[in-house]
Design a protein around this ligand. Structure first.
Ligand SMILES: [Zn+2]
Length: 57
């Protein structure tokens, strides 16, 4: 099974209750489709509202 990594820092994401990923999944529109990125809690906290802009790079 593939392990999800934080899109920003590359840290492997841990799994918590019910095997749910600890962190957040960010949805970004890319043309006509949506792309999903996983971000760890640390980066989520650090970038806050700028998270999407950071992911678009
Ligand atoms: Zn991170």
């Amino acid at each position: 099974m593939a392990k999800e990594k934080c899109e920003i820092c590359g840290e492997e994401l841990r799994r918590g209750f019910m095997d749910k990923i600890v962190g957040t999944r960010v949805k970004i529109k890319d043309g006509g489709s949506n792309k999903f990125y996983f971000v760890c809690p640390v980066c989520q906290k650090e970038h806050g509202n700028g998270l999407k802009a950071k992911l678009k790079g």
